[in-house]
Design a protein around this ligand. Structure first.
Ligand code: HEM
Length: 346
């Protein structure tokens, strides 16, 4: 559902924040027709900035993309576009599956925190270069919403205290990423989309006070993994595979546990796998959040299928998705001075 600002604030009033410090790791850059910030290692800090485009013609849009393609010291920028950019203004063919993000069951979407013509993801080791890159004014771009994310110290744990990433496909496996993440030449998409990928963003509030009041075994039942080691329940190590076939009634890992719903590990669910790059977040007013980001070659087969399967999961009562959107990460520049998204502009 979509609600007004006041009803939204009333709905989220009970959610609270636990603070965490970031770690320092150098950001990486990658050249070539695919943009960095998708399969490259996730930096400790990230910020997403959504904009609306006021430029009215292709030349104006090209100027924006050229400005965003300028090297920004110490920061990795990844540029994506939203469905609203394809309303006819620029006469560009829309990626086939790019629609406004629909509200899913139990979402309370605040229009001020959704969508946008353009999304810039800025990743870095510290906040300063991100601020510098996103603070620069680009004519023709009007800010819509911004959300920062960080990885707490040590192994990546979200603000519910659970380790993140075990079920993710290996981002360094290029054949796997070609299969799951990058749009390929010959896909049922406009030709310009090859080398791009669908990006889904979900801004989610966490009910940390309620969560923290639950005993650890209850929390572990919600995710289906052990809090300390990250191992699937019934297993010893994080990378072991859960045995769902041997546990049809959910006695070891509950049928409504997050990991079992997200990836039931059947032959069919292999095609639904997505690459997640989640971060913790806060809203500056003491409330904890989760900045869910994922990439996939087909947003219906990937995120939307998984999100529908998560309906009714036991995690639902501790989280409140309130914003985000569907975006398409543009193909990168070709290196010879071409800007990001050149293929889109023809
Ligand atoms: C506040 C929201 C969320 C939290 C706190 C959360 C947390 C977690 C945790 C702790 C794991 C287990 C470790 C791992 O594999 O990374 C996990 C797995 C996973 N989550 Fe989430 N998640 C959230 C939302 C979502 C959403 C919205 C989706 C997709 C629609 C999703 C999809 C997945 C997938 C696909 C896995 C891997 C399951 C597997 O392969 O076994 N999660 N999540």
């Amino acid at each position: 559902m979509t609600v007004g600002r006041r009803a939204f604030l009333a709905a989220v009033g009970a959610f609270g924040l636990a603070g965490c410090a970031p770690t320092a790791e150098p950001p990486r850059r990658a050249a070539g027709p695919r943009q960095p910030g998708v399969v490259t290692p996730a930096p400790p800090r990230i910020e997403l900035a959504a904009f609306d485009v006021t430029a009215r013609d292709r030349e104006g849009l090209a100027a924006i993309l050229r400005a965003l393609s300028e090297p920004a010291p110490g920061v990795t920028l990844t540029v994506a576009v939203g469905a609203s950019l394809f309303d006819g203004r620029f006469g560009i063919e829309r990626p086939r599956l790019l629609t406004p993000m629909p509200p899913f069951r139990s979402d309370v979407l605040d229009p001020e925190w959704c969508h946008g013509d353009l999304l810039v993801q800025a990743g870095a080791a510290t906040a300063e270069p991100i601020e510098r890159a996103l603070g620069a004014k680009i004519p023709g771009l009007v800010p819509r919403w911004r959300q920062a994310g960080f990885h707490p110290d040590g192994p990546v744990r979200n603000l519910f205290g659970f380790r993140e990433g075990a079920g993710n496909p290996d981002a360094s496996d290029t054949a796997l990423m070609d299969r799951l993440v990058w749009v390929q030449p010959g896909d049922d998409e406009p030709a310009w989309c090859a080398g791009g990928t669908y990006q889904v963003v979900r801004l989610i509030r966490l009910a940390t006070p309620t969560w923290n009041s639950k005993p650890v075994p209850d929390q572990e039942r919600v995710f289906g993994r052990a809090k300390e080691s990250g191992a699937p329940l019934g297993r010893q190590r994080e990378q072991e595979i859960p045995d769902y076939a041997g546990d049809p009634r959910g006695e070891v890992i509950a049928l409504d546990a997050h990991i079992r719903r997200a990836n039931p590990r059947t032959p069919e669910s292999e095609a639904h796998r997505i690459l997640r790059r989640g971060y913790s977040s806060g809203d500056g007013e003491g409330r904890a959040g989760h900045l869910f980001i994922c990439f996939q070659r087909d947003v219906e087969r990937g995120f939307a299928t998984i999100q529908k399967r998560l309906a009714g999961e036991s995690l639902e009562r501790y989280i409140l998705p309130f914003g985000g959107g569907y975006y398409f990460v543009l193909p990168g520049g070709t290196g010879g001075g071409d800007h990001i998204g050149k293929t889109m502009l023809g």
